[in-house]
Write a protein that binds this ligand. Structure first.
Ligand code: 6PG
Length: 478
């Protein structure tokens, strides 16, 4: 008997994907650097389906039907390269090497190009949904050659989450496209969690609502247009009481948010693309600020606040809900806009309707909202920005008064709301007729002869600031 797919790297994500594949009827060859992990999996879960135990990569390769499919599930970075280096000499043209970790898309592009030279396919797949998703149906974002997808796609689609009968897995694009889209998913995940955190802080510090009570509010919100996995688990975390102290769980957790890097990568990439992904950037910075424990302690001693002691009104809770929704929409709009920029830059034909569709189930940012986003991008004319789709421009217009009130109140109360406020600034910036960028251009021209364009004439100009301030036609140094 030969296996349809091999998995090397049997830590939790690898093990769960292997089990998911077996449960879906595929014969899975298992390999891990230390055989003990393979045996532990087999001992506990052999009932999941057909597994083939292997001890070496050679055995793993020998156990596979052709073209071979080998899924690497090791830590992103050096370990992936090391497994590829060991694997490649054992493979034959047409075989498919798959990396299911959170790899950087540029690494995936490099690996894909290197393996293509050896007539091997390299597929970088973004897998979202954590451990539970890997076992029961993740959202899967595969990038690589179309040919490799024909051989691999059916397996991935089968083990993915399904929404309305459709798999949450579709071919994303060539080389690093899958990992890129997963990276942006994570950036949105950061922003999603940050806006939830800002809402929590506003309700607690602004309206004095304790976590247990907020758990009920979030449960109610989960019945609105905010309905999503993250809102659902927010209610669970806020409703949890610490067994040791009897305090709300959130009060015994150190308020320093960790990060493994995908949010940071999203922002670095957005900066490289010139994509205004401010909500995601603010989320990453908010985590960084939260982790500066020493400076935060000193700031509490040394920096004045001058907060205003205003009482929040009756409708505050609902205002926060609306501000949360509007800010969340902006984060999605920015993330998707970044995908449009990346598609141009890296020559990917990214289908935003399909991407939004496969985020509808299995992944961390799964949300009701994605149904409408999918619809918006399936329209004959794709909106240039998600916010331009009528359903969303109307939704934001409805939320706008509340959003402005909440941001203004937060500022008065001294409650930091970096994503609520930067998303509003993005929205206002986008729709503003004249931006102070004209002044920036004037300043750049004065100190560095960087030139400018005129509103009333074609061409590129420079003012002779140090001379008689006359204007000359210039070479574009924009
Ligand atoms: C997912 C998650 C998953 C993981 C990230 C978060 O889609 O399943 O995004 O990939 O939770 O590693 O990473 P941070 O540690 O950076 O929050």
């Amino acid at each position: 008997m030969s296996a349809q797919i091999g998995v090397t790297g049997l830590a939790v994500m690898g093990a769960n994907l292997a089990r998911n594949l077996a449960r879906n009827g595929f014969t899975v060859a298992l390999h891990n650097r230390s055989v003990a992990k393979t045996d532990a999996l087999l001992e506990k879960h052999s009932g999941d389906g057909e597994f083939i135990r292997t001890e070496t990569l050679q055995e793993l390769v020998d156990s596979l039907e052709k073209p071979r499919r080998v899924l690497i599930m090791v830590k992103a970075g050096g370990p992936v390269d090391s497994v590829i280096d060991q694997l490649v000499p054992l493979l034959e043209p047409g075989d498919i090497v798959i990396d299911g970790g959170n790899s950087h898309f540029q690494d995936t592009r490099r690996r894909e190009a290197a393996l293509a030279k050896k007539d091997l396919h390299f597929v970088g797949i973004g897998v979202s949904g954590g451990e539970e998703g890997a076992l029961n149906g993740p959202s899967i974002m595969p990038g690589g050659s179309k040919e490799s997808y024909a051989a691999l796609g059916p397996l991935l689609e089968k083990i993915s989450a399904h929404v309305d009968g459709k798999p949450c897995c579709a071919w994303i694009g060539t080389d690093g496209a899958g990992h890129f889209v997963k990276m942006v998913h994570n950036g949105i995940e950061y922003a999603d969690m940050q806006v939830i955190g800002e809402a929590f802080d506003l309700l607690r510090s602004g309206a004095g609502i304790e976590p247990a009570e907020q758990a009920k509010i979030f449960t109610e919100w989960n019945q609105t247009e905010l309905a999503s996995f993250l809102i659902e688990i927010t209610a669970e975390v806020l409703g949890h009481t610490d067994a040791r102290t009897g305090k709300p769980f959130v009060d015994v957790v150190v308020d320093a948010a960790g990060q493994k890097g995908t949010g940071r990568w999203t922002v670095i990439s957005a900066l490289e693309l010139g994509s205004p992904t401010s909500g995601i950037a603010e989320s990453v910075f908010a985590r960084a600020l939260s982790s500066q424990a020493a400076q935060r302690a000193e700031a509490q001693e040394k920096l004045a606040g001058h907060e205003e002691k205003i009482a929040v009104g009756e409708g505050f809770v609902d205002d926060v809900r609306q501000a949360l929704f509007a800010s969340k929409l902006v984060s999605y709009a920015q993330g998707l806009d970044m995908l449009t920029g990346a598609a141009k830059e890296y020559s990917w034909d990214l289908r935003l309707d399909e991407i939004a569709g496969l985020w509808r189930g299995g992944c961390i940012i799964r949300a009701e909202l994605l149904k409408d986003i999918t619809k918006a991008y399936s329209a004959q004319e794709e909106p240039a920005n998600l916010l331009f789709a009528p359903a969303f421009s109307e939704a934001i217009a409805g939320a706008l008064p509340a959003w402005r009130r909440v941001v203004a109140t937060a500022v008065q109360l001294g409650i930091p709301v970096p994503v609520f406020s930067s998303s509003l600034a993005y929205y206002d910036g986008l729709r503003r007729k004249r931006l102070p960028a004209a002044l920036t251009q004037g300043l750049r021209d004065l100190f560095g002869a960087h030139t400018y364009h005129r509103v009333d004439d074609d061409g590129t100009f420079h003012t002779l600031w140090g001379e008689d301030k006359s204007e000359i036609v210039a070479e574009d140094t924009h």
